[in-house]
Structure formats: structure tokens, C-alpha cells
Write a protein that binds this ligand. Structure first.
Ligand code: GDP
Ligand code: IMO
Ligand code: MG
Length: 425
């Protein structure tokens, strides 16, 4: 394992945190390359449950570097909070590195996020409210505040004032008033001093690490169908969540990437609004939500649940150049008499295996399902026996997925803990 991207193949919450943490044992560096604290990655280590929003999972593995790459949008208050929480849990956070080029989420970005959602009313995206969209908008508009600016009063002062003025004008135009904390500049400069030892050009760091033979794991956040270009736009997040985003978001060229591990949950979930062809509102959906504990890590919202969608998964495998699959939460299907998998769509009376661009078409999809027999209630699995020791019906389920995608499954996850993992050679 030298340079490996871990990417979500659905709408997020596929178990990227668990798998990244698992693979992190053999990596030297774990880097986040996009998104911000809209992410919620749960990792269980022994009796301890960690919920990481902005820190890469490598922070949980002593001696590994955890890097926040340039493509991330970083809320510095959330960062400091998360560092303090982990320190309180006895972890050493000194191996953190933050890109000097990452854009900073400001309180006014959260305000704008909320304002836009309120304005959209019943057409809202259902964002996490963390200011992600407005921060990326400022970045693309070339007016964002970057981490490096927090270290320089002369640069930060005027930039902040300019941005605050724009926000006030926008708020007034919407009949709202925006008042900023008068101490914001001093607070940000104070934070700049605290994080300064962590800040550097992470492109040099990562490329030199690869040159010297170190291994890097790129920890994706969100999922392929939340990608700003490829997802169910506008019901998406504001970054490139696909594997390609790892190169621009971490400053590493595509020729340096060795593996792309696509994380595929054994069923589908989605948080927030937007189309969802295989969504279930029956007892099967309830089973998935209850047994899978499908409640958002970031906002606590119940996740919408549905059957596995192989049209989406095949599209995702192509888009990301997935070289192997990590299939997660297989255990959540325990106890189901029947398991369905969507293999194609009917759109306007025509069968297709292509994922449409128009949300109106996605909304109109009639999924074509293949029904499989479940494997009953299996309280424990023989983990030492590998794939062959799993229930026959589960093996069939995995075979259906891998043959449909043409990609091998190298990791199977059948529980949230580190040891509840099977590697397939
Ligand atoms: P991420 O955002 O992709 O990292 O995923 P989340 O952490 O938001 O959601 C995945 C949830 O499922 C977390 O609570 C994990 O602890 C849990 N989890 C991960 N893998 C498995 C698994 O194989 N089985 C079960 N039952 N839970 C899992
Ligand atoms: P992880 O990394 C699931 C969803 C939100 C909303 C849309 C836009 O834990 O898989 P945003 O706040 O990003 O502007 O919201 O994206 N969303 C996620 N859904 N998992 C995530 O992250 C998500 N991050 C954002 O619910 O629908
Ligand atoms: Mg999550």
C-alpha cells in the first residue's frame, strides 16, 4: 500500500472512517482532501467511540501523521474543539499537519448557509448547516480566507472586513441583519497563533513522503453521489468527493496514486433532501435504520434507507476508477428473509443501466430488483475462516456485487469494530 484513496460510493456514511482507520495501521500518513466538518466519521477502538468531523482518522493511530489538505474547508473553532476532545480522551494530537492553503469556514458562512436554506423553503438541500457551501463559494470567487491568512494580521484584517461587508449587504437584501462578533479578527489571530506549529505546505510534505517510500491514505468524505459535478445536483455538497478530488485536494499528481478503494455499504442511505430511487418506507427500511443505527453523526438526523443500487455502484466504480471494494455493514442485513438489489432502472417505460443527470428523471425511476434469500439471524461470524466461512447466501450477495461491478472486494466489514473485518486475498 503506497498511495491509496478511500472513497464513498453512495451518498456518504458508507463506513469510510472505519475502513480508513483499519487500513491506517499500515500507512504512514492519512490525509483529508475535501469537505469539512459536514463529515462525521465514526471509529470504534476497543471501548472507545470516536466521532471525527475534521481530523483525519490517522490521528487515532499513534505515530501516524494526520494531514488536513488544501482542498478541505476548515472551521478553526471545530478543529480546536476536536483536538481538545481527543486530548481529553488521552490521545496525542501533535502529529497533525494543516495545509497553509485550506480555506477557513467563518461564522458568517454558517449564517449564509442557514439563510440560503430558509430561503429555499421546501426546496432546501438539507445541508448540515456547517457553512460548507458558502465557504467553497468564497474560495471559487477568490475571496476566501485561507489558513495562511490567519497567521498574518495585515492580510487577514482587510480581507475579513471586505467579506463581512459583503455578508451584511447580502443579509440586508434579504431583510435580515447580520452582526459579527467585534472580536472576530483578534480571535482568529489568536487561533492562528495556536495552530501555527501545525501549518505548512502539505504538497511538499506528501510528495516527499511518497518519494521516500512512505504510504499515504487519502480519506474521502461524503460520497460519490454528493459530488458537486457528478452527484444528484443540486442535492449535493460543494466539493469534488470523487477519487479525482484527492489529487487536487491534497496536491498529489494522478500518476502517484496506486489504489482506489471504493466503500460500498451493503444497502443505501442518504441524509438530507434529493432523489433516492431505492428508498424504502416499509419494515425493511425500518430494519436497516434500526439495526444499522442510521442516524447522522453530524446532525443526528435519521438517515433515509433503501436497498443496494447497483446502477449507482457501477457508475461510481467507473467515476472513481475503483480498484477494489470495501463492502460494509453486511451484518445489518442479518435476519432479513429477503434482500433486494436494484440491477437496472425503468425510465419512461424503457429499461436502462445508466444514471440520469436530471433529477426529474431520477425521481421517476422504477427500480428493477433481483431478490435474494437472506442468511437468517447470524449473531456471530467465523472471522478467522475468511470469505468461505461466511453464510452461503452472504457469499452469493457479495458475488452478485463484485461480478456486476467487475471489481474485487478486498475488504468485508461485518461490524463497527476494527476486528470485525475480513480481508479477501
Ligand atoms: P462514514 O461517514 O463513511 O465514515 O460513516 P459513518 O461513520 O458516518 O457511518 C457508519 C456507521 O456504521 C458508524 O457508526 C460505524 O461505526 C458503523 N459501521 C461501520 N462499519 C460497520 C459494519 O460493518 N457493521 C456495522 N454494524 N456498523 C458499521
Ligand atoms: P460523511 O463524510 C452524508 C449531505 C447533507 C446534505 C448535502 C449538502 O460522514 O459521509 P453540506 O452541509 O455538505 O452543504 O450538505 O450533503 N452530507 C452528507 N451526507 N454523509 C456526509 O459526510 C455528508 N456531508 C454532507 O446531508 O444533504
Ligand atoms: Mg458519516
Amino acid at each position: 500500500m503506497t498511495a491509496t484513496i478511500v472513497v464513498g460510493m453512495q451518498w456518504g456514511d458508507e463506513g469510510k472512517g472505519k475502513v480508513t482507520d483499519y487500513y491506517a495501521e499500515r500507512a504512514d500518513i492519512v490525509v483529508r482532501f475535501q469537505g469539512g466538518n459536514n463529515a462525521g466519521h465514526t471509529v470504534i477502538v476497543g471501548d472507545q467511540e470516536y466521532k471525527l468531523h475534521i481530523l483525519p482518522c490517522g490521528i487515532l493511530r499513534p505515530g501516524k501523521k494526520a494531514v488536513i489538505g488544501n482542498g478541505v474547508v476548515m472551521d478553526p473553532w471545530v478543529l480546536l474543539n476536536e483536538i481538545e476532545t481527543l486530548k481529553g480522551m488521552g490521545l496525542d494530537t501533535t502529529d497533525l499537519v494543516i495545509s497553509d492553503r485550506a480555506n477557513v469556514i467563518m461564522p458568517y458562512h454558517r449564517f449564509l448557509d442557514g439563510m440560503k436554506e430558509a430561503q429555499l423553503g421546501d426546496k432546501k438541500i438539507g445541508t448540515t448547516g456547517r457553512g460548507i457551501g458558502p465557504t467553497y463559494r468564497d474560495k471559487v470567487a477568490r475571496s476566501g480566507v485561507r489558513v495562511i491568512d490567519l497567521l498574518d494580521r495585515k492580510r487577514l484584517g482587510p480581507k475579513l472586513e471586505e467579506n463581512l461587508q459583503t455578508v451584511r449587504t447580502t443579509a440586508t437584501a434579504h431583510g435580515l441583519e447580520f452582526t459579527s462578533d467585534p472580536d472576530l479578527l483578534e480571535e482568529l489571530l489568536g487561533i492562528g497563533k495556536v495552530i501555527a506549529p501545525y501549518v505548512q505546505n502539505t504538497t511538499y510534505l506528501l510528495n516527499e513522503a511518497l518519494d521516500s517510500g512512505m504510504s499515504i491514505l487519502f480519506e474521502g468524505a461524503q460520497g460519490t453521489f454528493l459530488d458537486i459535478d457528478h452527484g444528484t445536483y443540486p442535492f449535493v455538497t460543494s466539493s469534488n468527493t470523487v477519487a479525482g478530488g484527492a489529487c487536487s485536494g491534497a496536491g498529489v499528481g494522478p500518476t502517484r496514486i496506486d489504489e482506489v478503494v471504493g466503500i460500498l455499504k451493503a444497502y443505501t442511505t442518504r441524509v438530507g433532501e434529493g432523489p433516492f430511487p431505492t428508498e424504502l418506507e416499509d419494515r425493511y427500511g425500518e430494519h436497516l435504520r434500526d439495526v444499522g443505527r442510521e442516524f447522522g453523526v453530524t446532525t443526528g438526523r435519521p438517515r433515509r434507507c433503501g436497498w443496494l443500487d447497483l446502477v449507482m455502484a457501477r457508475y461510481s466504480a467507473k467515476l472513481n476508477g475503483v480498484t477494489s471494494l470495501g463492502i460494509t455493514k453486511l451484518d445489518v442485513l442479518n435476519g432479513l428473509d429477503e434482500i433486494k438489489v436494484c440491477t437496472s432502472y425503468i425510465i419512461d417505460g424503457v429499461e436502462t443501466d445508466r444514471f440520469p443527470a436530471s433529477n426529474d428523471l431520477v425521481e421517476s425511476i422504477e427500480p428493477v430488483y433481483t431478490a435474494l434469500t437472506g442468511w437468517g439471524s447470524c449473531e456471530t461470524f467465523d472471522l478467522s475462516g475468511g470469505l468461505d466461512a461466511l453464510p452461503k447466501e452472504m457469499q452469493d450477495y457479495i458475488e452478485l456485487i463484485t461480478s456486476s461491478l467487475g471489481v474485487p472486494a478486498k475488504l468485508l466489514s461485518i461490524g463497527p469494530e476494527r476486528h470485525m473485518t475480513i480481508e479477501v486475498s
